[in-house]
Design a protein around this ligand. Structure first.
Ligand code: PLP
Length: 364
């Protein structure tokens, strides 16, 4: 089976093998070296000189950490949402008592930075802005540099869900003024699920000092205090650190710009391939993602049936639609350990599978 969903993504064999090692003392020297090495490599991928922490949790845990470490109940927050994960970020903030203004854009479109600017202009009490860099549910990528520049202009805190983009698509944490950025190990990092990485800017530390939302496991102060002695506050997922170490070495060997170029090429290939089958992309092409392609199911075809056929008869696991897009779209993940041949294969298998669910692929 080839896994072409947007996480968990396939892991290279040596990353899997790395996890077979015996446990070590997480308060000992060996783990200290692992943690310190991984943290400094991650800073390069985040393109930040500020703090980066490795948390033992899935991506959503890091989203919650971003919220509870930066805000107090009653704080005004602007949510910029273009899909399921943008909505989730807003919901987390609401659950912890933030006063969230939801600025939502049509699914398949990107955030309009001018609309964000108007919202900030209209309500000076807004303290923080929540945004998803790459909306996995719709296959659209936001112009984070433009959004960052608006948020800086109004001197607000910018909290970014970059779970399905960081390490694949350019994200300049410091240069773009991102205060807290989160990502998860099972997306572009070629590591199994269970670790999340989060950056914290100086501005975020200032907010943190006043933030009163309840937190214990997620507390950035604890993370920072322990990182000073190359430890984590609580028992980390030690085996995943072995995997992370192996994966970061591979990614560092490939190099940031080559990784971005590969994802750009694969994204382009996926979009062209899908169009060659006569299908339509769900996301506006001007903001189409280089890590995930969302495709409209052909008229009269339930995408669940197509995904099932491709899995059962063609050995490829695709993703369906989430939320209101269930049955209407399907998605090809092309992030992490993936190459040109993988995308060619998906398109070739789709060409064979589509007629079985009642769609005639146009010739030529
Ligand atoms: C996968 C994903 C999440 C959720 O991450 P989990 O690891 O499942 O908690 C959140 N946001 C985006 C953009 C994602 O792609």
């Amino acid at each position: 089976m080839s896994l072409r969903i947007p996480g968990p993504t396939p892991c290279p064999e040596n990353v899997l093998q790395a996890m077979r090692k015996q446990m070590i003392n997480h308060r000992g020297k060996e783990f200290a070296e692992l943690l310190s090495e991984a943290t400094s490599k991650l800073k390069e991928f985040f393109q930040t000189k500020e703090d980066v922490f490795i948390l033992t949790c899935s991506g959503t845990g890091a989203m919650e950490a971003a919220i509870v470490n930066s805000l107090s109940p009653g704080d005004k927050v602007l949510s910029l949402s273009i899909g399921v994960f943008g909505d989730r970020f807003a919901t987390i903030a609401e659950q912890f008592g933030a006063d969230v203004t939801r600025l939502s854009f049509e699914w398949g479109q990107a955030v309009d930075p001018d609309a964000a600017k108007r919202a900030l202009e209209a309500d000076p009490r807004i303290k923080a802005v929540l945004v998803t860099h790459n909306e996995t549910s719709t296959g659209a990528t936001n112009d984070l540099a433009a959004i960052g520049s608006v948020v800086r202009e109004y001197d607000k805190l910018l909290l970014v869900d970059a779970i399905s983009s960081l390490g694949c698509i350019d994200l300049q944490t410091d240069a773009w003024g991102c205060d807290v950025v989160v990502t998860g190990s099972q997306k572009g990092w070629m590591v199994p699920p269970g670790l999340a990485f989060v950056s914290v800017s100086e501005r975020a530390w200032k907010a943190h000092a006043e933030a009163k939302m309840p937190r214990f496991y997620w507390d950035f102060t604890k993370a920072k205090d322990f990182l000073e002695k190359d430890q984590t506050p609580f028992t980390p997922a030690v085996s995943l650190f072995y995997a992370l170490d192996a994966a970061l070495k591979m990614l560092a060997d490939e190099g940031l710009s080559n990784i971005f170029a590969r994802h750009a090429r694969l994204g382009q290939k996926a979009r062209e391939g899908v169009k060659s089958l006569g299908l339509s992309l769900f996301a506006n092409e001007s903001c189409a993602s280089n890590t995930i392609t969302a495709i409209l199911s052909p008229d009269g075809v339930d995408s669940k049936k197509l995904v099932q056929t491709v899995r059962e008869e063609h050995g490829i696991v695709l993703a369906g639609g989430q939320g209101s897009l269930a049955g209407k779209i399907f998605r090809i993940g092309h992030l992490g350990f993936v190459n040109d041949a993988d995308i060619d294969d998906v398109i070739a298998q789709l060409r064979l599978a589509l007629p079985k669910v009642g769609y005639k692929v146009p010739v030529g």
